[in-house]
Design a protein around this ligand. Structure first.
Ligand SMILES: [Zn+2]
Length: 161
């Protein structure tokens, strides 16, 4: 192996190690996105992992619609999806998602379901669609927040860099 080749190889390895460490650090960063129910302001601050943004937009939607997540009807509808899967013995991704969702706060489940379908409520069963809004303003907000850099979108803000 020539000396020049060894130097190039070492430089490539160093770059790969730096890349791997950067990816590891990003992966270990906590998702610091949040939504303030008091202020109605969304902070999308998750370094590129945009499911966090969708989750917070789900909270905003819930807030805008008068908290359908806290109604007994929403709880009944989500449990019916799980029951249906258990009775039919057919695996259903959404039913499994609902069943294993770790946070028992219905507001979290509501936002979690919204993020799970990537903000596309047409992917939800009809029994759940009624609790969500198909308003374009929510996908527009997501598109605005998802741009790289610091963005102020309405009253919400993203810090993705
Ligand atoms: Zn949440």
């Amino acid at each position: 192996m020539s000396h020049k080749f060894k130097v190039v190889l070492i430089i490539i390895v160093i770059h790969l190690v730096i890349l791997a460490l950067t990816l590891l650090i990003i992966e270990l960063m906590p998702d610091r996105s949040s939504y303030s129910f008091k202020l109605g302001v969304l902070d999308c601050n998750n370094l590129g992992r945009l499911t966090g943004c969708q989750h917070e937009i789900g909270h905003k939607m819930d807030d805008d619609l008068g908290m359908p997540s806290l109604t007994p009807e929403f709880a009944i509808s989500t449990q019916a999806i799980v029951q249906e899967m258990l009775i039919s013995l057919k695996p259903n991704d959404l039913a499994i998602f609902i069943e294993v969702y770790p946070d028992k706060d219905p507001r979290e489940l509501y936002a979690g379901i919204y993020a799970y379908v990537g903000g596309d409520i047409s992917k939800l069963p009809h029994s759940l669609q009624q609790y969500y809004s198909g308003e374009r303003s929510y996908s527009k907000l997501y598109d605005c927040l998802a741009r790289t850099g610091i963005n102020v979108c309405g009253r919400s803000v993203s810090f993705l860099t």
